[in-house]
Every structure is written in structure tokens, then in C-alpha cells.
Design a protein around this ligand. Structure first.
Ligand code: TLP
Length: 365
């Protein structure tokens, strides 16, 4: 089976998108200055725009979601403090141990339900004052939740958790790398999610399709401190207007279209549901991320990914039997239908139930 597409259908992540011609044009035209001198007009425009969209006083443009989250951890804590977070969250699992390395804090992972916590999960987790104990200082949540399958963190849970945190003198941070996916899927405006948190990080380089960049948003005073920490972490950028222009373009043109990614994810999820040998986990797909397992008697995740790759479809391998697929700007419906077809063929072939599948002319894709 040969892919009808010139490029691979890359479902490994929504970070793989390439800037569109319109975005490149905006980048080429961007007015720039030296942002370490705080003189880049396009960075200023982006920071003002994203702060306004999230209903926060100020924002700081940074190179990555990891840096944005880690600056937040550093701003909110002191060495030896403890951070409460969900056990499968990005900050704890996929940021290379940065809370320990960069902020010298302890993380206390709390198991959620596909990434979602409620106040009962956290109640009782605050350590008492006293010289024996780390001081609990910060609660971090993630919306949408990546490892939770692009899961939308319910607003009511956020309200309850953040209210509880405030009552106990804890700071709150939202890893909103994919916050706009949650907003588009629910119709809840970003500021309604953001208002509950001290700081919110959003990424322009995931579903929004910019090549690079994230923003940390919050009260002016905290963002001023964050600016200094960005410098410490090596994230001070010079003529960053070129990439800020891409982010501004993404905010203008690529938010509403996330609905297409969600519809495509539903299509792929339905195909996976119907393939004997694959299992969606979580069983429902809320936004653009699909996690699924391969039955061990069929094959390993690597074998499935390799066979799909040979047919021009790239999947993320996330465990011995676990795969991830993300929909995004660079995979249209036809490509997702092709990916579904490849998965069906590959699983049939690997489980010995099918002969190598050739493309048939009546395939819909
Ligand atoms: N996630 C990446 C990988 O690191 C797993 C991906 O492909 O999904 N928060 C969340 C919820 C994320 O999913 C990511 C990226 C980040 C933060 C970090 O963003 P970057 O990659 O810009 O540092």
C-alpha cells in the first residue's frame, strides 16, 4: 500500500505543523527590535493581545511551553517547597525533571482520572508547618490534559480546586498548552478558565500552528519577576518579533479551526474503536489527542508504528503497547481517513488475519 500523499501523514504530535504561507508572510513583514531591551514592537503586541484574551494584566513571550511552566514553578516557589500536581501531567513527567533541577522543589503527584482532579483528591495533601516538612506552595493543573487523552478539565473542578487553594494560601498555575482546544470544544472563553489561576501558560506551537513560542500570563508584578527568571533560564530573545508575528497570526486565524481537528480526531477515534486489536484509552476523545493500546497478541506499539510508517503514517509510541495520534492543521480529513485505513490494514496484517492490503479504488479517502 502506497500513500497517495507526498509527505507523511504525521500524527505524532500537534507540534509538527509547519507555518502556512500566510503565517510566513506575517513573519517576513514583522517589525522587530531587541526584546532583551524590551524593544520589540511585535512581541509587545503579542504579549498585550494574549494577556487581554486571558483576562490577565501581563504576559511574557517565551521559547517553549516547558520554559513557561518552569518559570511559573520558579516564580511561585522557594527551594524545598512542594508542588501538588496530577500524576500524569506534563510538568511532572515530560519536562526532564525541571522542577527539581531549576527550582529545587519537590513534586507530589496525585493520581487523577485521565488527568482530572477534584478538591477531594487534594484535601489533606497540604503539609503542616514545621521544620520537618516541605512547604506546600503551588497547585498545577493541565487543560486540556495531554496524557489524559486531550481531556477537558471541567470548569467546575477548576473553580473548586482554585478556591480551595486560595483559602489555604496556595498559588495556582495552569499548563494551558492546549487551552484553546478546550475553549473551542466547550465554548467557554479563555478568560473564564484563566480567571481562577494566578498564572496561565499557553502554547502557540501546538494546535495553533506557530513554529515556536508560548506565553506566561498573570499579574504584572509576577510577570516582571518571570522576565528576570526567563533571562536566568537562557530564554531572553533578541529580534523575537519574527516568531511573535507567527503567534499573533495563529491567534487571529487558527483558533476557530481547531474544531476541524476535533472533528478529525472523532473520525479517527471511531475507526480505532472498530478495529479489533486496538483499544481507545480514554474511550472518549474530547479534543485532538487520541491515546490507544494495541492488544499484545496482535503486535507491539513499535511494530504498529513501524508498519504504519512504511505506509506513510507517523504515530507516537508512548509505551510498549501504547500509541498516540494527534490531529492538527497539517492533517486534513482525507489524510485522517487514509490514516484510519492504514491502521485497519496494519492491524489485520500483523494479527495474521489479513493479506497485505492494496489500495482499492473504491476507498473513500
Ligand atoms: N508536549 C509534547 C511532548 O513534550 C510530550 C507533545 O508532543 O505533546 N504542556 C503540555 C500539556 C504539553 O503537551 C507540552 C508539549 C508542553 C507543556 C511543553 O511544550 P514545549 O514542547 O513547547 O516545551
Amino acid at each position: 500500500m502506497q500513500s497517495p500523499f507526498a509527505d507523511p501523514v504525521d500524527l505524532r504530535s500537534d507540534t509538527v505543523t509547519k507555518p502556512t504561507p500566510g503565517m510566513r508572510e506575517a513573519m517576513a513583514r514583522a517589525e522587530v527590535g531587541d526584546d532583551v531591551y524590551d524593544e520589540d514592537p511585535t512581541v509587545h503586541r503579542l504579549q498585550e493581545r494574549i494577556a487581554e484574551m486571558l483576562g490577565k494584566e501581563a504576559a511574557l513571550f517565551v521559547p517553549s511551553g516547558t520554559m513557561s511552566n518552569q518559570i511559573a514553578v520558579r516564580v511561585h516557589t522557594r527551594p524545598g517547597d512542594e508542588v501538588l500536581l496530577e500524576a500524569n501531567c506534563h510538568i511532572y513527567n515530560y519536562e526532564a525533571g525541571a522542577p527539581a533541577v531549576l527550582s529545587h522543589v519537590m513534586c507530589r503527584p496525585i493520581p487523577g482520572r485521565y488527568g482530572v482532579l477534584d478538591v477531594d483528591d487534594l484535601d489533606g495533601m497540604i503539609r503542616p508547618p514545621g521544620e520537618h516538612y516541605a512547604q506546600t506552595r503551588l497547585v498545577c493543573l493541565e487543560n486540556t490534559h495531554n496524557r489524559g487523552g486531550g481531556r477537558i478539565f471541567p470548569l467546575e473542578n477548576i473553580e473548586r480546586i482554585c478556591k480551595w487553594a486560595k483559602e489555604h494560601g496556595l498559588r495556582t498555575h495552569l499548563d494551558g498548552a492546549r487551552l484553546f482546544n478546550a475553549c473551542v470544544a466547550t465554548g467557554i472563553p479563555p478568560q473564564r478558565y484563566a480567571e481562577h489561576f494566578d498564572t496561565v501558560s499557553v502554547c502557540f506551537s501546538k494546535g495553533l500552528g506557530a513554529p515556536v513560542g508560548s506565553a506566561l500570563c498573570g499579574p504584572r508584578e509576577l510577570i516582571q519577576q518571570a522576565r528576570r527568571i526567563r533571562k536566568v533560564f537562557g530564554g531572553g530573545m533578541r529580534q523575537a518579533g519574527v516568531i511573535a508575528a507567527a503567534a499573533l497570526y495563529a491567534l487571529e486565524h487558527h483558533i476557530d479551526r481547531l474544531a476541524e481537528d476535533h472533528a478529525n480526531a472523532q473520525l479517527l477515534a471511531q475507526a480505532i474503536r472498530e478495529i479489533d486489536g486496538l483499544q481507545l484509552d480514554p474511550p472518549e476523545v474530547h479534543t485532538n489527542i487520541i491515546w490507544f493500546h494495541v492488544r499484545p497478541t496482535v503486535a507491539s506499539a513499535t511494530q504498529v508504528a513501524q508498519a504504519a510508517k512504511e505506509r506513510g503514517v507517523l504515530l507516537g509510541v508512548a509505551g510498549p503497547q501504547t500509541l498516540r495520534a494527534c490531529t492538527h492543521l497539517d492533517v486534513d480529513r482525507a489524510r485522517v481517513e487514509y490514516a484510519a485505513h492504514v491502521l485497519r490494514a496494519v492491524v489485520a496484517e500483523l494479527s495474521g488475519r489479513g493479506t497485505p492490503v492494496e489500495l482499492r479504488h473504491d476507498e473513500t479517502w
